[in-house]
Design a binder for this molecule. Sequence first.
Ligand code: UP5
Ligand code: MG
Length: 205
Amino acid sequence: MGSVDHTTTNIEAEKKKITVIFVLGGPGSGKGTQCANIVENFGYTHLSAGDLLRAEIKSGSENGTMIQNMIKEGKIVPAEVTIRLLQKAIQESGHEKFLIDGFPRNEENRASFESITGIMPEIVLFFDCSEEEMEKRLLNRNQGREDDNIETIRKRFNVYMESSLPVIQYYDTLGKVRRIDAAKPVDAVFEDVKVIFEKVAEIAA
Ligand code: UP5
Ligand code: MG
């Protein structure tokens, strides 16, 4: 009496349809800021790949030093490491609708995620912003991030242009990209984001 039927529970869990929206854009384009707004209004679970990697450094894991060095240099951590963290977070949350923020950042990330999880994003939200504006924001952030210094910021911009933009272009060819002018003030950006999420909700209904 009162015991849980684990077989049924697991089968139910497997039946869950996982919905993923990738949130992409340059360093400082406002991905994290807007994801917080989306969570409040549309009931998604926010998974920032960067936050998961920073938590992994803090946890003292064996990969910590490697991840720390990559972040300091603005380089992209190997896909298997980031995907493992994302999968764990998805499973532990028990939820179904996710915003994956700051991932995939290169072709290796994208292809590995697709083949390991079998998940294709519903849409890709792309925050488009000039480097000048992004640099200003990052230098004013003051949250003690080790990569918010001008030397690392420039490296992050280069990696973004060379490796991350092609991923956005790839999804654009599939008709998945929803571009947002991210140079506007936070509230104005969210107004545009809302229109997109209202459409997604309509389609899902
Ligand atoms: N701000 C936000 N929106 C604004 C607006 N509209 N107007 C004015 N100001 C605005 O915003 C940045 C700052 O701008 C904040 O102070 C905010 O108030 C203000 P935020 O929302 O934090 O921007 P975001 O796009 O999230 O910037 P972030 O710096 O987090 O982006 P990155 O993509 O650089 O960082 P992330 O944490 O994703 O990755 C860091 C590093 O981790 C990478 O460089 C890489 O080394 C590593 N990484 C991987 O290797 N693999 C991954 O999959 C992910 C990360
Ligand atoms: Mg962020």
